[in-house]
Write a protein that binds this ligand. Structure first.
Ligand code: ZN
Length: 200
């Protein structure tokens, strides 16, 4: 049913294409934008375009950043010999929020999922292995989710790294199965980190 003119409908459709935004919210947001001062709308759209244009992967850990190397990788006071492997930038943010982890990260941007046709080459795994061969690393902490995909990925990573002699550990379960790391409270995350065990 078409209630709105094309331009309005297009705006609503764009909002509705965002995750977690249903039709009602999309309409509310669209009409909110239409009531905003023109300069505000220009500023908003410029922020979207510029972020998309300038944000790229950190050349070391593959998190999103606006410089060659992200602030975490550039921070000399962090432990660069410990790498925590996470699925997403949001997972990284969840661990950073605890303020208790002082190593660095590697963001895979996904997990292996045979069901969805996502293989090892579709995530940043090769990049991790290159990093491990070039840098002096003591420990790789695999902090992928405890979903089937996360566990599959953890096992795969452990098998890849074992021959290099680098210690590979897995965060303790206690993170609910299929749980999105982002929504797990900091204490649970810290417990999972502290209770990590070596993968054999
Ligand atoms: Zn980085």
């Amino acid at each position: 049913m078409e209630y709105y003119s094309n331009e309005i409908q297009k705006l609503i459709d764009n909002f509705a294409s965002l995750p977690g935004i249903g039709r009602k919210s999309a309409q509310r947001l669209a009409f909110h934008v239409l009531n905003m001062p023109k300069e505000k709308v220009a500023e908003f759209s410029e922020a979207l375009t510029s972020a998309r244009e300038n944000i790229r992967y950190c050349s070391k850990c593959f998190t999103l950043t606006d410089s060659e190397v992200c602030p975490i990788c550039a921070n000399k006071s962090r432990d660069h010999k410990t790498i925590m492997v996470v699925e997403t930038v949001r997972d990284l943010a969840a661990y950073e929020k605890t303020g208790k982890y002082d190593g660095v990260y590697h963001v895979l941007h996904g997990a292996i999922s045979p069901m969805l046709g996502i293989g090892p080459n579709d995530i940043k795994l090769k990049e991790l292995m290159v990093r491990l061969s070039e840098e002096d690393i003591n420990e790789v902490i695999v902090a992928t989710n405890s979903s089937l995909e996360g566990e599959t990925t953890a096992m795969y990573i452990s098998k890849l790294i074992k021959p290099t002699g680098i210690k590979v550990t897995r965060i303790a379960s206690g993170v609910p199965v299929g749980g999105d790391l982002e929504y797990i409270d900091e204490i649970t995350l810290l417990r999972a980190l502290e209770g990590r065990t070596e993968l054999g």
